[in-house]
Design a protein around this ligand. Structure first.
Ligand code: TXE
Length: 476
């Protein structure tokens, strides 16, 4: 694969030149082979990117809404055209099965961009209020720091609403999976985005990420990643009083009520938890089942898990690939071992390497399910970020809601019931940013984000654009 564009992207120029720091290798987690490397930037690169972004801001922020929306339309068309290349890049750097990479990693961003363009055209940027005229104004230069788990979607859901709002951007993609973000930047350049509106600096979090958070020329930071880093970002950002959006982890509950179609709810729940090798912030990692149905649910879940044999992500038939890195694999195996040590009942998977001749290399783990999990235990409280499901029994609806809310996170959730009204009432009592009812599909126009330790602020659709606007009121 051609990775000629594995460089910084500043002021419309691709900068390949070597630096004093060694380049960062990018591994294919299925083969453990280095497939590319990106230059490791530092504070000086961030500074130049900020200067470029500030320079571009005056003209980009004064373009009409329709002009900006048209750039987004063109971008969505190009992303759609390049879906196969994007999918292959994500498969190589993340280990996502190629089918999933096509259907999700390369397709969702097209919808994200189209929905952002639609939202932009429908928003009011100027309103009358008594003797005031109120204007929605772009906040300025936005710093975006993204993780590796959805390496295109996570980037698009920050930079596209920022650009739609009229802001300019300095992006630091994850050093674990930077290639698709760089491909995206190339596509945005092709789509006619003016130089300096998007700038990309590669590098490590404590260097480039921190330099973005500290830089006084950046007005807002949007971060997705771990809870610990999110907290550090918010603290640092306070020193320059930047506006901050944080999308951190989750431990989302899948509440299966006693009147639900148990087989469907469990199967869809298992599929959701194992999606992307369990590396989704909103994964439904706690399955709450009426106590008397626990053994039936366990049986259905074990049968469902058997259909997730880890395999080569390049194979069209593979449903679950490796984890993204050795570090992630090791931390997931440690979590499974902790679950066993805590006495949870293992009904699928386990800490051993998955069987299979083809899997002699790669960061694979067995899709794992525990049942009778104590709602206060490590397995039920910590974000594992791997294919590990905790099934938890409950007595009545009241207890189900209490267990669902017994988490320091508040990102996603689900409720299943034969009675949609009952499901809605339960969902409204769950303290999270999103809840899916009876398998309701992800909506790229709906506000996405969390409460409690899952962070604050919202992404996607008009709520995503709002994050990057402030209001100016003129009184007459
Ligand atoms: O995240 P980090 P990691 C969770 C998940 C996972 C764990 C660790 O539980 O197991 O986090 O993943 C940049 N200042 N999520 O270590 O370190 C970093 O370079 C500024 C949940 O990969 O938070 C990367 O670009 N930036 C999650 C980004 O932050 C810094 C997605 C995320 O990396 C920085 C990913 C610093 N001091 C992991 N240090 C979700 N919410 O979806 C690092 N970074």
């Amino acid at each position: 694969m051609d990775h000629q564009w594995t460089a910084h992207f500043i002021a419309g120029e691709w900068e390949h030149e070597a630096d004093e720091r060694p380049p960062i290798p990018v591994e294919n987690p299925a083969t453990e082979q280095v497939i590319a490397s990106v230059p490791a930037g530092g504070a000086a690169h961030v500074h130049r990117a900020v200067v470029a972004a500030r320079g571009a801001f005056s003209s980009w922020s004064t373009r009409t809404i329709e002009e900006r929306a048209q750039v987004l339309d063109g971008l969505a068309d190009l992303l759609e055209e390049r879906r196969e290349l994007i999918a292959r890049t994500v498969t190589e750097e993340l280990g996502a099965p190629i089918k999933l990479a096509r259907q999700l990693h390369a397709t969702l961003p097209v919808h994200d961009v189209r929905e952002t363009a639609r939202a932009l055209r429908s928003m009011e940027f100027e309103t009358e209020l008594g003797n005031s005229r109120v204007y929605a104004v772009p906040v300025g230069v936005v710093g975006a720091i993204t993780p590796w788990n959805y390496p295109v979607h996570q980037v698009v859901s920050k930079i596209v609403p920022a650009i739609a709002a009229g802001c300019t951007v300095v992006l630091k993609p994850s050093e674990v999976a930077p290639l698709s973000a760089l491909l995206l930047a190339r596509i945005m350049q092709e789509a006619g985005l003016p130089d300096g509106v998007l700038n990309v600096v590669n590098g490590a979090g404590p260097e480039v990420g921190q330099a973005i958070v500290e830089h006084p020329g950046i007005d807002a930071v949007s971060f997705t990643g771990s809870e610990a880093t999110g907290r550090a970002v918010a603290q640092q950002a306070a020193l320059t009083l930047k506006r901050v959006t944080l999308e951190l982890g989750g431990k989302s509950a899948n509440v299966i009520l006693d009147d639900a179609d148990l087989a469907t709810a469990v199967k869809v729940g298992v599929a959701n938890c194992f999606l992307n090798s369990g590396q989704s912030c909103n994964a439904l990692t706690r399955m709450l089942v009426p106590r008397e149905l626990l053994s039936s649910a366990a049986e259905i879940a074990t049968a469902a898990a058997a259909r997730y044999a880890p395999g080569d992500p390049a194979d069209e038939r593979t449903r679950i690939g490796p984890l993204a890195s050795a570090r992630q694999r090791d931390s997931v195996i440690r979590a499974i071992e902790t679950g066993l040590a805590d006495g949870a009942k293992l009904i699928a998977g386990g800490p051993e390497r998955p069987a299979g001749d083809a899997l002699t290399s790669g960061y694979y783990v067995r899709p794992t399910i525990f049942t009778d999990v104590d709602p206060d235990s490590f397995l039920a409280q910590e974000e594992i970020f791997g294919p590990v499901l905790a099934i938890i029994g409950y007595g009545d609806e009241e207890e189900a809601v209490a267990i669902a809310n017994n988490s320091r996170f508040g990102l996603g959730g689900a409720v299943w019931s034969a009675d949609a009204e009952r499901a809605r009432t339960v969902a409204r009592r769950i303290h999270t940013g999103q809840v899916d009812i009876n398998g309701g599909a992800f909506n790229p126009a709906a506000p996405f984000g969390g409460v409690k330790n899952s962070g604050y602020g919202r992404e996607l659709g008009s709520a995503g654009i709002e994050e990057f606007l402030h209001r100016q009121s003129l009184q007459f």
